[in-house]
Every structure is written in structure tokens, then in C-alpha cells.
Design a protein around this ligand. Sequence first.
Ligand code: ZN
Length: 313
Amino acid sequence: MTGTERDDPLYARLVAYEGRSAATAGTGKDPVNPAMIRHWCEAMGDEHPAYRGPDAVAPPTMLQAWTMGGLSGHTDRSGAYEELSALLDGAGYTSVVATDCEQEYLRPLRPGDEITFDAVIESVSPRKTTRLGTGHFVTTRMDVRAAGELAGTHRFRILKYAPAARPAGPAPGSRDERPKARRPRPVVNRDNAGFWEGVAAHRLLVQRCTACATLRFPWLPGCAECGSRAWDTVEASGAGTVFSYVVMHHPSFPAFDPPYAVGLVELAEGVRMVSNVVGVPYDKVRIGMPVRLEFLRVDEELELPVFRAGGED
Ligand code: ZN
């Protein structure tokens, strides 16, 4: 914390909310039950056998679902969260965006488990300036229990902020006088870092489950077929075909010049990826068109795998 933040009287009032309850002894409206599990699995397209039958468990990612109040809501919320929110509103941080959530699972939930939960305001950050504007991150932690035993935690973070003033734009029609915006950066995390390392080495790497040999793309921590988290990679040959495509006209994004074609390319190995189809006008892209991988140097720090039309050897 810097001296300025320590002396910030608002921040001193905000941190006083750390550790205060956001919901005490909430009770799940329904016990863990097969109907909700089935609806969730159908919505997610998750056919894993662990979620069916007499020994079914609930998908771990349903953790928060068991605590939700539905349309009628919960009546047992504490006022601390609303007070904190009002304090931020009053200081001009009137906008809100959910930034991320993290879950930890300690024990499986099974049909019949009665759910209780407590939520606490875990932390309020010092004032931060982001591209959206300046404000404070507020992290809430919910402990979810079954029969009194901690089953998992759900951390939820928002940014309450004052929107940044929009830079004065050029007059309508003078778009080309603006410096060209850079393409958005990929989000690289521990689950997909290997993919981007491959791209840097001009290799398109596809994950392969070492338990059942199923290929998958995009990169994920586990196999959707068998649930195994063990994997290695295979390098794509670079051959593919356009499986589907759309032509983007609107909305325009500063880094792109519409219209342009976005292709869903099926690699020779069988997985599909979204990319650009290059070397052909946007209105000449066709389903079934053969394409070949190449690496496009976008700017000094970004390279992307793209597909050139007419790429059959
Ligand atoms: Zn597998």
C-alpha cells in the first residue's frame, strides 16, 4: 500500500468491510438432486457417466448453482454487501463488472445433500486504474457446506468503477486518421500456455488424451471423453478444410476492417479451430475449401496461426 492509499479516507472505510458477512447461514432452496444435475449436463453437453445413475455425483462446477436464490431470491442476505456497494456508488464508482471467479472442491456433492452456505467480503483492493476506469476490486468468498462439512469454496470478484472518459474521437468519417488499433492479445494461462509456445516455434499443437487418445482443441485441462487429465500433444500437419465460416460486417472492431471472413477450419487430424482464411477475398471463402496452415506475424509481439486458401499440396 502506498502512502496515498493509506491516507485515502474512502479506502479506510472500504477495508473495514473485509471479513464482514455477505450472507450468513444461507440454505440451498433444493437439496442436490438428479433433475438439476441432468438439466445442467444437458445445457453443458456433458455426458460424463459419473453424473448419472445410482452413484451419481454432481458436476463440481455446479457448486454455486446449489446456493442460488432463483427468481424469488434469498431473504437472508446481510446488509454489509449492500452498504459497501452504496459506499462505492456514493464515491462515484457506479459501474460494475464481474471480473473472475475461482472455485475449489473439497468433497463431491451427491443427490440428497442439503446445502448451506456463508459468504464473506474477503477483500477490497486499493484504488486501481484499469482500461475500463478507476475503482476497487471486491472479492467475496462463499463457503458451501453439505451436512455441515465444507464441500467447496466459490470466490467471486467484481470491479466497482467510475468509467474512464472516452477519448475525444475524430469526426465521423475520418476513421482512417486514427492510428490503427492493435489486434487483441490472446489470454495465455496455465491451461493453454503450451499452445502459444508451439505457435512461437511455428508448430500447431493439438492436445491428445494419453488415456483414450482423443484429440482436443482448444486446449483444456481434461478430456471430455474420459475425464483423464493426462495428455501429450501432436503437431498438426497443417492441412485442413473450411468446415464453416461467417463473414463479419458488424459490429466493427478497431483492429479489424470489415467485411472479413472468419473460418472454422477442420484440421486433417479431425479437430476444428477458428481462424482467419487468408489469400482469398472474403466473399470467395467456401465450405470444403482446402486450406494450409501458415503463421501470420501480426505485430512485433504477436504471431497467429492462419489458413491460406488453395493450400493443398
Ligand atoms: Zn480421454
